[in-house]
Design a protein around this ligand. Structure first.
Ligand SMILES: [Fe+2]
Length: 263
């Protein structure tokens, strides 16, 4: 069995700052890590933690150091990919071991039974995402190398439409070419992403794609053309992706109430 814990959209800021003057994202991530630590004995071993973008809210070097300082005590391999709020240079400075010296922050690692692939969809200065030709070529090569072995594929921007206008306006611009590429892959594969701060499951190129919730905030599922644009605070947890003769994705939500009580 192989287990990857996916945390996404932590939006950490420098010490003393709040996101949009409201959210203490460092405190929210601290609470999530406390929750994970408190249940670790219940969920079997975790092989690695993967943060699927928007680690930082403002791309500051200090925010990446703060993310690392919170997660390092868990003693697990830490894998990261950038989101639209991130910046490549400070990410490379803090998490450089997993990246090539230049270019997009794409990577592939064998973890247990899984080939884990991270794709960089960041367009610096923009909120929408794109897979540049070199990232698409990298993906094609990695899928070919994986053959029939299970693949967990992480990217920040979801490769599916959400139905929420402001989120789809800042989505993945070349979703079609990504879907075509995946449709050619016959092996077991699960796509995991972030960006939309809520858990959604969708079909993409014949595979299942899942977006993870955020530990600090969420957006309404509001399909109206004139829906208000903005966030709400919600400490909505993270996802645990397991491979054991098939994929199994489990949501680790906020703390439940007291119990368990006998039936
Ligand atoms: Fe985000």
């Amino acid at each position: 069995m192989t287990a990857i814990l996916q945390i996404t959209d932590t939006h950490i800021v420098p010490e003393g700052a709040l996101v949009s003057g409201r959210l203490d994202t460092f405190a929210a991530l601290t609470r999530l890590i406390e929750r994970i630590t408190s249940i670790q004995h219940q969920i079997d071993a975790i092989d690695a933690i993967l943060i699927s973008g928007d680690l930082s809210d403002n791309g500051s070097p200090e925010s990446y150091d703060r993310v690392k300082s919170l997660l390092e005590p868990l003693g697990l391999p830490l894998l990261v990919i950038p989101g639209n709020h991130d910046a490549r240079a400070p990410m490379r400075a803090t998490f450089g071991d997993q990246f090539a010296a230049d270019g997009p922050l794409d990577w592939a690692q064998k973890i247990g039974d899984l080939t884990v692939i991270g794709l960089d969809t960041l367009v610096e200065g923009a909120r929408e995402g794109t897979l540049v030709p070199s990232s698409l070529a990298f993906l094609k090569t990695q899928l070919k190398n994986a053959k029939d072995a299970p693949v967990l594929l992480a990217m920040h921007h979801p490769p599916f439409q959400t139905g929420v206008k402001f989120l789809d306006d800042i989505g993945l611009t070349n979703r079609d070419v990504f879907c075509e590429l995946l449709a050619d892959h016959a092996g077991p594969l699960r796509i995991i992403c972030g960006h939309i701060h809520s858990m959604t499951v969708a079909d993409v190129g014949g595979h299942v794609a899942i977006s993870a919730p955020s530990p600090c905030s969420t957006f309404a599922y509001d399909r109206r053309a004139d829906a208000p644009v903005g966030f709400m605070s919600l400490e909505d947890g993270c996802l645990l992706h397991k491979w054991e003769a098939g994929f199994h994705s489990i949501r680790i939500g906020p703390n439940a109430g007291p119990g368990p009580f006998p039936f």
